[in-house]
Design a protein. Structure first.
Ligand code: AMP
Length: 136
């Protein structure tokens, strides 16, 4: 199977602006900076997305994402940060290797906007809640 682009970065076949590395996790600047300092944090080992990543590794990835978000505010002048991970194509995932976006926010209307519109149709909330609850 063809290696995905992040496996190639881990293996040093594609360059990146590296921010952090240990035995399990790598963080680097996103090649398409939606805002200044937009970073990606990934597990070095390949997992398709957040949902299929073992919890220990997933926690390590989020620890690094948290630290980078704190640094964005303390040192880059960000006023806020979006932490985002897309799972599967329908949710916007384009690279099939678990990654967390850390997107510093400086102004209200800049490169990144996450629009959450409430649905107008009637949803059966008791049934939805029960389905999730029963399977947790
Ligand atoms: P997603 O759409 O959530 O799967 O995000 C994938 C991200 O990977 C995008 O923001 C891309 O800009 C980024 N990306 C793709 N190739 C590279 C690369 N070679 N170096 C750094 N970031 C990359």
């Amino acid at each position: 199977m063809e290696k995905d682009v992040f496996c190639k970065i881990v293996d040093g076949e594609i360059p990146c602006y590296k921010l952090f590395e240990d035995s399990d996790v790598l963080a680097f600047l996103d090649i398409a900076q939606v805002t200044k300092g937009h970073a990606l944090v990934i597990p070095k080992k390949h997992y398709d997305n957040f949902l299929s990543t073992p919890d220990k590794i997933m926690h390590k990835v989020f620890d690094v994402a948290q630290r980078i978000g704190q640094i964005d505010i303390q040192f880059l002048g960000a006023k806020g940060v979006n932490i985002l991970t897309n799972c599967y194509e329908i949710a916007g995932q384009t690279v099939n290797h678990f990654h967390v976006h850390v997107i510093p926010r400086y102004e209200k209307h800049e490169g990144f906007a996450l629009e959450m519109k409430a649905q107008t149709n009637n949803l059966n909330l008791p049934v939805i809640a029960q389905t999730i609850k029963d399977n947790l």
